[in-house]
Design a protein around this ligand. Structure first.
Ligand SMILES: O=C1O[C@H](COP(=O)(O)O)[C@@H](O)[C@H](O)[C@H]1O
Length: 290
């Protein structure tokens, strides 16, 4: 995440409607920090489906497998345009959860249940390639067990980088109103954890209290990270994360900085409404256009 008084460095203006996003880039060392603003939540979903479709085709061509990591909340519904999309080789897909609540799979709080009802039960991904939290374990053991599921996969499915960390093809993150991503909450010790792939959480500020979450180093090892935030309720936090420096004590979403991959934000007009880009474009005083 850029620091200081942050300004976008270039823009390419689409209408935001019909799936053609208004696209702009924030400064980052690797020039790979794109923000896509779509005309509606439905268009965000279509854009997201295309992003996943393209990543899937590339990964399957390269190594015969595709790894997709989901977060919870509103994301599953946004992904529904994936259902019935032609040309997806779903038999090669492996689906994971970047965070999960330590509850039975039948609980309304379960991310697995939410994903299954809205998406996973409607597509032909082999069930053994959907990696759910093991139920009825103490949360420490649930985190260790989930990490074990990842460790058991061979590198053709889940490659490792030079640091030995897993490299997922696509991780999709939601954004909480406090700037949390996955179950990494502001000012919590888990933000500094480097020694475990999957961390237990015993006292989450958002219920339910027990959760497991990927650590930041694992998230930041992904090839592609999509951060999805639609609706007016996300406008304030989207602007804070993208444009307000908060070091020290950066928000979790500001710590999403892939070591070798890219970040793409998926916003709609409502969640992007506070971004300074609109002010600059309307005054034609765009600070550093390229
Ligand atoms: O608790 C959680 O919240 C975030 C944001 O959810 P949303 O419904 O506001 O999109 C979610 O990304 C995370 O996975 C979940 O556990």
């Amino acid at each position: 995440m850029p620091s200081g008084e942050v300004a976008p460095v270039s823009t390419s203006k689409g209408a935001g409607l019909g799936g053609i996003p208004h696209k702009f880039f924030y400064q980052d060392e690797k020039d790979d920090y794109a923000v896509l603003q779509f005309g509606s939540p439905a268009a965000v979903g279509s854009g997201l489906a295309t992003y996943v479709q393209e990543a899937s085709a590339a990964a399957i061509k390269e190594r015969g497998a595709f790894t997709l990591v989901l977060s919870g909340g509103s994301l599953f519904k946004a992904l529904s345009p994936l259902i019935g999309l032609p040309g997806l080789d779903l038999s090669k897909w492996h689906v994971f959860f970047v965070d999960e609540r330590n509850v039975p799979h039948s609980s309304p709080d379960s991310n697995f249940k939410g994903a299954d009802e809205v998406l996973l039960s409607k597509v032909a991904i082999p069930r053994e390639q959907i990696y759910a939290i093991r139920e009825h374990l103490p949360v420490n053991e649930a985190a260790t067990e989930y990490a074990g599921q990842l460790l058991r996969l061979d590198e053709q499915v889940l490659p490792r980088n030079a640091e030995g960390l897993p490299v997922f093809d696509v991780i999709l993150l939601g954004l909480g109103p406090d700037g949390h991503v996955a179950s990494l909450f502001p000012n919590r010790s888990q933000l500094a954890a480097t020694d475990a792939w999957v961390l237990p959480i015993e006292n989450s500020p958002k219920p339910p209290p027990e959760r497991i979450t990927f650590s930041l180093p694992v998230i930041n090892s992904a090839k592609q990270i999509g951060i999805v935030a639609a609706g007016e309720g996300k406008a304030e936090i989207v602007q804070r994360v993208l444009e307000v420096q908060s070091l020290p004590g950066a928000l979790p979403a500001q710590l999403v900085r892939p070591t070798a991959g890219s970040v793409t934000w998926f916003l709609d007009v409502a969640s992007a409404q506070n971004l300074a880009i609109h002010k600059w474009e309307s005054t034609k005083d765009f600070p550093r256009s390229s």
